[in-house]
Design a protein around this ligand. Structure first.
Ligand code: NAP
Length: 272
């Protein structure tokens, strides 16, 4: 946005764990305005009351995206579930609204469809698998390190209750590092003596280890090793959804800077 006009935002999934924290973040800014929300179970309520927000005006909650977008807005943030997110994103694009996607689980094929429609309609969609600034930087720093240090492994830590392994963030990191180069193995895994599983899983040509124990929340670590030296890059998050707020606010502010689809917050961050 170039003028002093506030960016008007609709949040789908505004009552969820991540969405409600983002709504608190939006109403605490001076340049963003939360104008509407989507939640099936809280339709017809006032989000301001529901979340005890500090907005001076009512924020209507609607049961569907179609109803919510009757209130004019500039950006839709989707923080719902993958089974409904694609429909909501495409509906917003058709309404001339840019979209920030926080929902995880959409496939590459979904994003291909979304990209085509966004390009046709000259709208922008920014999809970010993890808004935490420290994860974005971990990815970026690890990509830099992989150019100079040819051997590394990834460790993904989470609580014993996390059912998926490795985490989406570990998969994304492995995917990104594989684009830089393949991690060298001094002894190929198949030549390892003993229990091969202890060397972790091969994902995109690098070893990834997942620890699932009570006492852990979410951490992601990349260890680069060279003779007599190590570089350890680690992200650690607590139990709240606060780490995802600043990155999402940045995405809302920058989503109108391009047309089509971009995936990853680093695409709109200035690293110079
Ligand atoms: N990108 C990131 O950094 C990041 C960070 C945290 C979470 N996430 C992802 O964000 C998504 C939401 O996570 P969460 O933990 O906040 O989930 P959650 O607590 O279960 O909240 C889901 C929200 O979506 C709404 N919703 C669910 N189904 C819907 C539907 N069919 N139509 C409209 N609204 C619907 C829910 O309200 P109703 O049930 O009332 O409709 C609720 O407000 C997940 O995909 C998660 O993996 C991403």
């Amino acid at each position: 946005m170039t003028s002093n006009k506030k960016i008007r935002v609709c949040v789908a999934g505004a009552t969820g764990w991540a969405g409600s924290e983002l709504c608190r973040g939006i109403v605490s800014t001076k340049d963003l305005e939360l104008v509407s929300a989507v939640s099936r179970t809280n339709a017809n309520k006032d989000l301001n009351e529901l979340l005890n927000l500090s907005s001076k005006q009512k924020i209507p909650v609607f049961g569907t995206i179609e109803e919510a977008l009757t209130i004019p807005c500039d950006v839709l943030v989707d923080y719902t579930k993958p089974d409904i997110a694609k429909h909501q994103i495409i509906t917003a694009i058709h309404k001339g609204v840019n979209v920030v996607v926080g929902t995880s689980g959409l496939s590459d094929a979904d994003y291909e469809d979304i990209k085509l429609i966004a390009e046709q309609k000259k709208q922008a969609v920014l999809a970010v698998g993890n808004f935490a600034i420290s994860v974005v930087l971990l990815n970026k720093f690890a990509e830099m390190a992989a150019r100079f240090m040819p051997q590394w492994e990834i460790i993904d830590y989470a609580s014993d209750k996390k059912i998926d392994s490795p985490s989406g963030s570990a998969l994304e990191l492995a995917h990104r590092l594989s684009k830089v180069r393949e991690s060298v193995k001094t002894i190929p895994i198949e030549e390892t003596k003993g229990v091969k599983g202890t060397r972790g899983a091969d994902i995109n040509g690098m070893q990834v280890h997942a620890v699932r124990l009570p006492g852990f929340i979410i951490s992601l670590e990349t260890i680069f090793g060279m003779t007599d030296e190590k570089l350890i890059i680690k992200h650690e998050a607590g139990g709240s959804a606060k780490p995802y707020v600043q990155g999402a606010l940045l995405a809302i502010r920058k989503v109108d800077s391009f047309i089509g689809l971009k995936r990853g917050l680093d695409n709109i961050m200035d690293f110079n």
